[in-house]
Design a protein around this ligand. Structure first.
Ligand SMILES: Nc1ncnc2c1ncn2[C@@H]1O[C@H](COP(=O)(O)OP(=O)(O)OP(=O)(O)O)[C@@H](O)[C@H]1O
Ligand SMILES: [Mg+2]
Length: 249
């Protein structure tokens, strides 16, 4: 199995505060991996380390078998940041421009699009069923529609892995169902490895094949052979059992 991400003995602190302590984690090709944990436990920090937005205090991170500091194939990676939706709503960009700005060719906003660029954009928008909204202003779309545009933006370069930070926040139940169907399609049909931070422990334990629990500066990985026990994971993360369970892992 191909390793896409590997963290070995990784620690991180923002100045004095140690946030992650000696983390070991591997993400394999084809994984549909969930990351859960309380507010402030370091989930976004963990994602940012894997994207080289932050650098570890110690330890080694590899992407596609290569040291992250030397890694250049960023087109293989897509990212939907926390609160991507609701960010810059007043910004006068069209759907097409928002997606185009992430093209690996480094095309900036408001530049004329070449034919092959446009094809990639339309393809990505078709995957998320937003092709009819291409010329609309992003700020005038609903939260669920914006979310789909940000997913199109993350997949426009045909990545092998996408990272999503709380993508279902503020999305109604119908849109959430559609969202999880879309993730299933990306993972199973388009063979994209998915790493998703979520607070919907009940839902995510049903969907993913592996779950990473972040808490007490550590991570615990659960492989989902049949079904992950959402109740136990909730207790592990938020209840009294947390320290004991982490101790035994
Ligand atoms: N730029 C920063 N400088 C200093 N401390 C930070 C910074 N960003 C985050 N932190 C702190 O690091 C800790 C982990 O933050 P992080 O954003 O990774 O948590 P999270 O698990 O993603 O939380 P949430 O579920 O609320 O999104 C928190 O205590 C946070 O206040
Ligand atoms: Mg976060």
């Amino acid at each position: 199995m191909k390793k896409i991400v590997s963290l070995r003995d990784v620690s991180f602190s923002y100045e004095q505060d140690l946030i992650l302590d000696n983390i070991n984690l591997e993400i394999n090709e084809g994984d549909y991996l969930g990351i859960v944990g309380p507010n402030g436990s370091g989930k976004t920090t963990l994602l940012k380390l894997m994207l080289n937005i932050l650098q570890p205090l110690k330890g080694k991170i590899e992407l596609f078998g290569q040291d992250i500091q030397k890694f250049k194939d960023w087109h293989k990676i897509g990212y939907v940041a926390q609160k991507a939706v609701s960010f810059n709503l007043g910004f006068p960009a069209t759907v097409e421009e928002v997606v185009a700005a992430n093209l690996s060719t480094g095309l900036g906003l408001f530049k004329p699009l070449k034919k092959n660029h446009l094809e990639k954009i339309v393809k990505a928008l078709q995957v998320v069923k937003m092709q009819d909204y291409r010329k609309r202003l992003i700020g005038n779309l609903s939260g669920g529609q914006q979310q789909r545009v940000f997913i199109a933006r993350a997949i426009v370069n045909s990545p092998e892995i996408i990272f999503l930070d709380e993508p279902t926040m503020g999305i109604d139940l119908n849109s959430q169902t559609e969202f999880y169907e879309l993730m299933e399609k990306l993972n199973k049909e388009m063979k994209i490895t998915i790493v998703m931070i979520s607070h919907d422990i009940g839902v995510i334990t049903e969907k993913v094949n592996r779950l990473v629990c972040v808490g007490n500066k550590k991570v615990v990985v659960h492989d989902n052979n049949s079904k992950l026990p959402a109740d136990e994971i909730l207790t592990e993360l938020y209840g009294e059992k947390m320290k004991i369970l982490i101790h035994y892992h």
